[in-house]
Design a protein around this ligand. Sequence first.
Ligand code: SF4
Length: 97
Amino acid sequence: MSQAPSRLKVMKLEELLRRDVWDVDEERHIEVLKQEGLPLKALQLLCPMGCYSMAGERLLMSYEGCVECGTCRVLSKPEQIRWEFPRSGRGIQYRYT
Ligand code: SF4
């Protein structure tokens, strides 16, 4: 018995993300306030967009490609990372189709 062809296409995460667009706000919505005590490896490994990297001993954060998943917010305390959504209408705009 044959099945009707599905119209749904399975896509990889990278393919889905490539469809999205960013309206990057010049005002950063995420900021490292205090590096001490932060799980540096976890931030670098678990941010899906690679927004965290090290420059020697210093943690760098690039907010421009952020997909607002909240992972770094969960991994940190409010006094370590200031996390807000971008100002209204800015940041990532998801395209699901
Ligand atoms: S919210 Fe998600 S995508 Fe944005 S910087 Fe944090 S971990 Fe990365």
